[in-house]
Design a protein around this ligand. Structure first.
Ligand code: 8IG
Length: 284
């Protein structure tokens, strides 16, 4: 069956039409991915945020690469430097496969919350049991210099929305799998963990908002991940969340960081982060 046939067979409709079932779009996306990658299923999915772009190459050989625009429900990358493709990657020589999303749709893009979590639902539809959500973010602790990877232990969702519709009551206790956090610490015992606070963006926080995030229990501030994690729990995926602190959050550092220094820190961390994640994925 050709890609066109796969898309036609499922004809899932527009994600933002209220009459469309977003799970049906995810199944249509999964059918196209299976057809284009030749893999009837994938075992794990990863969403690569800022600073995590090298991970795919370190996991193993890329066996197929698909433009997001060829897959139902996906759009091209909105953030410069993010790759608008998804890759099917061999996990070392384990015989298992990872589906790696090179970019994500952010809530601030205004494409709706269904678009934000479409990758997660597609991951479940291709058969993944585990999803790794990564991001670049601001840090609230001075002991986390730019370039520090931090495990997400829990989140505070300040977007005032949910990816779930109707009376869908989902328990979020241990949303960020303690088992997978333990596994990550076996790979790198120095890994710290913290509570990730998602703001709506696209502006960064004011120093006062950063202080608020701290007082309500936050350690990391960013513009992604929490809505995706909620959607992941809903479809039964085990979630590993890892942030890369690329900058101290507004007002946290007394010495203002130059953009060049942040970029440099991110690049310096890329290899370490890529290796870390690749090793974790190999042991899942
Ligand atoms: I990279 O300091 C990155 N993304 N909200 N705040 C928020 N998002 C971010 C930040 C930050 N740094």
């Amino acid at each position: 069956m050709s890609t066109d046939d796969a898309a036609r067979t499922h004809s899932p409709g527009d994600l933002n039409d209220p009459a469309t079932d977003p799970m049906e779009v995810a199944r249509a996306a999964a059918a196209v991915i299976a057809e284009r990658t030749g893999a009837p299923s994938h075992d794990v999915a990863l969403v690569l945020g800022s600073g995590w772009g090298e991970t795919a190459d370190r996991i193993g050989e890329t066996l197929a690469e698909i433009d997001n625009t060829d897959v139902p429900g996906f759009a091209k990358a909105a953030v410069a430097g993010h790759s608008g493709t998804m890759r099917s990657v061999a996990i070392g020589d384990t015989g298992r496969r990872a589906l790696v999303f090179g970019t994500r749709t952010h809530f601030y893009e205004g494409r709706g919350v269904r678009a934000v979590v479409h990758g997660v639902r597609t991951a479940a539809a291709v058969g993944a049991r585990t999803i790794v959500l990564t991001n670049g973010c601001g840090g609230l602790k001075e002991e986390w210099p730019p370039g520090t990877p931090v495990l997400i232990s829990d989140h505070i969702n300040l977007t005032a929305t949910s990816p779930l519709e109707g009376a869908t009551f989902v328990d979020l206790t241990d949303l960020y799998s303690p088992r997978l956090r333990d596994l990550a610490r076996q790979v790198d015992p120095g890994l710290d963990e913290g509570v990730y606070v998602q703001f709506r963006g696209p502006h960064y926080e004011t120093p006062a908002e950063v202080q608020m995030a701290k007082r309500i229990g936050g350690d990391l501030v960013g513009m992604s991940t929490t809505l995706e994690a909620i959607a992941a729990r809903h479809v039964g995926l085990e979630v590993l969340g890892i942030s890369l602190v690329t900058n101290p959050a507004a007002g946290i550092s007394t010495t203002p960081l130059s953009h060049a220094e942040v970029i440099e820190a991110g690049q310096a961390a890329a290899a370490r982060c890529g290796d870390l994640l690749a090793t974790i994925v190999g042991r899942l």
